[in-house]
Each structure stands twice: as C-alpha cells, then as structure tokens.
Design a protein around this ligand. Structure first.
Ligand SMILES: Cc1cc2nc3c(=O)[nH]c(=O)nc-3n(C[C@H](O)[C@H](O)[C@H](O)COP(=O)(O)O)c2cc1C
Length: 163
C-alpha cells in the first residue's frame, strides 16, 4: 500500500503529527506548497491547522481534488479548541464542500497554541476575530496557552491508514 502525507504547519504541531505518521507508515511527507507532489499513491494523508474555524487546506484540497480521485483521503486537523468538542466537528463539517463529504475520513487532533509566540499578522487576526465575532472563546485562547499534541492521539488514524 502506497501513501503520501501532505501538510501545512506554521508553528510545528501539525508537522509533529506528520513526522510521527511518517515514522509509523514510511509515507513520504510534502509541504502543501511543494510543486512536485507525487500523486501516484493509494492513500493521501492531509494535515493542517484549523484557522478561523476552518481547516486551512480545504481550498488547497478543492484545487487538487481531481488528482485525488479514486484514492483514500484522510484529513487530520490540529486546533486550539478541544478536538472532541462539537464546535470543532461542526467547523470541519461546514467547511468541507458537498463533493468531499463521505469521501474524506476526518481525524480532529489537539494542537498547540500560545498567543505570545504568534507572528504579528496572526496576533492581529486573533485580536480582530475576538472583537468582530465577539468571541469569548477567542478571548480565552488569547489568555491561555494550550498544548495537547500527543503521539498516542494518532492511534485511530494509524489503525485506519494501515487497514
Ligand atoms: C490565526 C490563527 C487562527 C486560529 N484559529 C483557530 C480556530 O478558529 N479554532 C481553533 O480551535 N484554533 C485556532 N487556532 C489554533 C491553531 O489551530 C493551533 O494553534 C494549531 O495547533 C496550529 O497548528 P501548527 O502548529 O501546525 O501551525 C488558530 C491559530 C492561529 C494562529
């Protein structure tokens, strides 16, 4: 069984999971901006953070959807919010276009978030988000760093990919 891992990560938590999946499966890893992704694989594992309530690579998936036809598609997300919580599942569900529903196996995973370590643009996005969306959750995230990245959280995904 052949596979590839395509990921995007700004602060390393998504890449950390991609590295672990690579170690477990041997699938080669590619940044989503790589122009030379080899698509001749049976399984495509895609990993990205949830940013502003949306998995960051959904647009990229739409652009490359024709290349994934007939393959097994796995999407794992990282988020500051608890991945088992309803909002996260709901955000992912709403963000995926109808054409992808039922064709992508989704695994929401816990990410890492520390407002103090964000770049200027991301800090600004969060501050604007808190005001515009009047979001208590974003205000809370700004105040409290979280780190839920754990190798054991990949158990289900790995069992699925290896099945
Ligand atoms: C600009 C920005 C927006 C974010 N928006 C959300 C969000 O809407 N919901 C959420 O749960 N986490 C949000 N996060 C947290 C990220 O999903 C989390 O930090 C993730 O683990 C980052 O992945 P990375 O380390 O691979 O870059 C946001 C982070 C940034 C920087």
């Amino acid at each position: 069984m052949s596979g590839i891992i395509v990921y995007r990560s700004s602060y390393g938590s998504t890449k950390q999971y991609a590295d672990w999946i690579h170690e477990e499966t041997g699938f080669p890893m590619f940044d989503s901006r790589d122009k030379a992704i080899p698509w001749d694989a049976d399984t495509v594992v895609i990993g990205c953070p949830v940013l502003a309530n949306k998995p960051f690579l959904v647009s990229w998936m739409q652009k490359n959807w024709d290349k994934m036809s007939g393959k097994r598609i796995v999407l794992f997300t990282t988020s500051g919010a608890d991945p088992a919580s309803e909002p996260v599942k709901d955000w992912i569900d709403k963000a995926l276009p109808e054409s992808m529903k039922g064709k992508v196996k989704v695994f929401p995973l816990a990410g890492r978030f520390n407002f103090a370590e964000l770049n200027g643009m991301h800090k600004l996005m969060m501050r604007i988000g808190a005001v515009v969306l009047r979001s208590e959750e974003i205000k809370n995230q700004i105040k409290h760093p979280v780190d839920g990245v754990a190798r054991k959280s990949l158990a289900e995904l790995l069992a699925f990919v290896k099945s």
